[in-house]
Every structure is written in structure tokens, then in C-alpha cells.
Ligand binder design. Structure first.
Ligand SMILES: [Zn+2]
Length: 255
């Protein structure tokens, strides 16, 4: 919590960071009390935690009630992906080489279940337990290296996202390789570009619009939008409040 506060203090100053810290502490105390006295109604498929309610997620410019797993910090999209990877995608039976960007702690057990997959975890920062540091805009891999590329909610934080898309296309294995990707989107036609890492928008360079798929296609990918396919009953059980959808992209064999 102290490290978390120091980062906000540095980025936003005392007058923003301290009230936020107090709100987070209060939210954690009330959620802990609720979980002590309420019967288990929700469950995290990432880590197996069960309880009365998930924690609130509070950040500068963002408040989401009852979304975060107290044990593994999963959010609804992580839980939806955990179910999809295990169910529809059958991750445990996959083989080949996978490149995972900004590996989410909540999906650690999912990747560990893929015994036949050689996984390379990468990020631009050393804090996520990665195998190597790499800039997604300039990847240190040969063409057609990966059977699977995993890139969730990364591109909003990249200055030149078109360069990143071209790089992922380059290292994806032509024909059979799959890029599985999602990003923060909103219901508007065009992507909003901020021109910098905007502190008021979680440090994002942009929020995508309905043109996200077109931007992926510009980078030489064939793009299909997919839903997680979680049932209404499981959405309640696992705290998944929406099916935001994601994209599975391939590179034509001739490119
Ligand atoms: Zn969890």
C-alpha cells in the first residue's frame, strides 16, 4: 500500500494522492468487514477465492465498485479470460511458443496450466516477473516466431501503437499464429488520442473507439471479434459485469 501511495504521490501530488489513499483504505476495511460477515456469494476463477463481495477499484479518474479480487487482484476481464482460456480456448492442450505482454498476476495459474506451451513473458518494466524486457514498438524477435501472442490492455499505454501492431504482426507466425488482443474502448466511432500519457485517464495515450479493429487490420492482420461466452449465471457468480469482447487476429500466410 505504501509503494502504491508513493507512486500516486509522485504522479499527482499530495492533495490528490492522500484523499485517494484514505478512500482506498476505507473501501478495503468495509469490504473486509463485509467478507467477514456475509456468506460467500462470489468466486474468483483465477485463484479460487470465495467471498461476499469483491473489492472496489479506486484510481485517479476511475471508480469501479466491487470488481477486484482481494487475493489475486483480478478484475472482471481477467476472470472472463480465465474462463475462456480454460473452456473455449482449451489452453491446457496448446503447444508451440507464446509471447505474453505485461503478464497479469491473475492469469499466472492459467499460463502454468499450459505445459505444452513455451511461454516468453515480456514487459517494458522489470516489476512483473518477466523473462525479458522489450519495447513492443521494436521487438527483439525474428519474423514469424510466435504461435500465440497475448496482449491485453497494453496498447493504450504505448506512444506509437501502430508501430506496436506492425511489430506484433511481424513476429506472429504467418498462417497458424494467433494474436489475442483487447484494449480499453468506449462507445464512439473514432479513437480519442491524447498526444501524451494523460494522468487524468490512467496514464493512457488514447482510448479506442469502434475503429480499433480497423487499426489492427491496417497493420496487416485479419481480425475477428470474439466474446468470452460466459453464461449469465456464471457472470453473477464470478463478478463479470459485461462481455467487452476481444479480438483474435491472424497473419495471412502470404505476408
Ligand atoms: Zn482471484
Amino acid at each position: 500500500m505504501l509503494a502504491w501511495y508513493r507512486v500516486r504521490l509522485k504522479e499527482h501530488g499530495f492533495l490528490v494522492a492522500t484523499p485517494l489513499l484514505l478512500r482506498v483504505v476505507w473501501a478495503r476495511i468495509s469490504a473486509a468487514l463485509a467478507n467477514k460477515f456475509l456468506s460467500a456469494r462470489v468466486e474468483c476463477p483465477c485463484c479460487g477465492w470465495e467471498g461476499g463481495r469483491f473489492f472496489d477499484y479506486l484510481e485517479v479518474g476511475c471508480t469501479a465498485r466491487g470488481v477486484e479480487c482481494p487475493r489475486c487482484n483480478s478484475h472482471p476481464r481477467h476472470r472472463a479470460f480465465a474462463l475462456w482460456l480454460k473452456g473455449a480456448y482449451r489452453l491446457e492442450s496448446r503447444s508451440g511458443t507464446a509471447l505474453v505482454f505485461a503478464p497479469e498476476r491473475a492469469l499466472e495459474s492459467a499460463w502454468e496450466s499450459a505445459a505444452g506451451l513455451k511461454i516468453v513473458k515480456t514487459d517494458i518494466e522489470p516489476s512483473r516477473g518477466v523473462d525479458l524486457l522489450a519495447d513492443i514498438q521494436r521487438l527483439p524477435f525474428a519474423h514469424d516466431s510466435f504461435d500465440l501472442i497475448w496482449c491485453q490492455h497494453v496498447l493504450t499505454q504505448i506512444p506509437d501503437d501502430r508501430a506496436a501492431i506492425r511489430e506484433m504482426q511481424r513476429v506472429l507466425r504467418a498462417g497458424a499464429g494467433k494474436l489475442i488482443i483487447s484494449a480499453a474502448r468506449e462507445a464512439r466511432a473514432e479513437t480519442r488520442e491524447f498526444g501524451r500519457a494523460d494522468k487524468r485517464h490512467l496514464g493512457f495515450w488514447r482510448v479506442y473507439g469502434e475503429d480499433f479493429a480497423a487499426r489492427l487490420a491496417e497493420g496487416g492482420l485479419e481480425v475477428s471479434e470474439v466474446g468470452h461466452g460466459v453464461s449469465a449465471q456464471d457472470c453473477v457468480r464470478y463478478g463479470i459485469d459485461s462481455d467487452e469482447g476481444f479480438f483474435i487476429c491472424t497473419k495471412p500466410a502470404s505476408s
